[in-house]
Design a protein around this ligand. Sequence first.
Ligand code: SF4
Length: 335
Amino acid sequence: MAGGIVSEIGEISPGIGAGVREAAGVEPFAVALERHGRSLVRGEITTLQVNTGYLCNLRCRHCHLEAGPGRNEIMSRETMTAIVSFARRFPFRVIDITGGAPELVPDLPFLVEGLAPLAPRLMLRTNLSAVSGAARESLLALCIAHRVVLVASFPSTNPSQADAQRGAGVTETAIAVLKKLNGAGYGVEGTGMELDLVSNPVGAFLPVSQESAERKFRNDLLRKWGVAFNHLHTFANVPLGRFRTWLLQTGNHERYLRTLTEGFNPSAVERLMCRTLLSVSWDGFLYDCDFNLAAGRPAADPKIHVSDVRELPPPGAPIAVGDYCYACAAGSGFT
Ligand code: SF4
């Protein structure tokens, strides 16, 4: 298909390495799928995820992209223009802006204004600390004006555990920003302004069930700080990037891989986000998901720029998988 996207299911393990996987006694993800009579192929694509780059004010231990203050890969206005044009040609129900810290990308307002009219639901990921301070007031006003859904990282309601993952004092700043967002109507019932939280485990273990975690976060945040939110999403950490380095340095890598495979839930495969999502990198190329972006595995070979896409992958098209997919398919799944 000229200008279309071609993905091939292949079991390479750029983030893990076959030797490590074998040492941990873990079978390739593609083999596990086959053994359970499953295949990971595309359904209807409804979501466009836009990764604005790897610059971040934090250096979180669990980051699969190794984002941080020293990274200089950020999305240019030219790439943003190409993405807005792409979203106009192929309407998506959801557009999800992520990073790094998108708040630090100078032209983010241009991207938000361009994408907001094109999808019923526009989401912006935030680590909360990057949106604090007077310099971000206009960004918050823009989000309010366009009813942008804010999705904030908030790993734990225990400040010392959260700070261990994200850096000293980060929780205190995050709480101050959450209070401010509540004050502006975000996360407050009846305003229609959605504020969701995302929690990752603070170590080499799987998250607890989403329902019980949401209950605990809701109670803790209200009781300790008077903060409200709409939904909590819990996700397993993906063994790529800085998290993989941490696993290796602490001798937890093999054990974590075994934990992920033991938690493999074949019934989660049908709901995995990559079935309905396309991801665009900071420089405008297409990936099946943000983890394949971290692993350097584009959706097509050679990789294809959004400007050159003539058609989206049809239902049934294959998705490139790696062993890190076990993190998505563990427990209730990364959906
Ligand atoms: S890492 Fe997750 S989202 Fe990406 S292809 Fe694998 S299962 Fe799908």
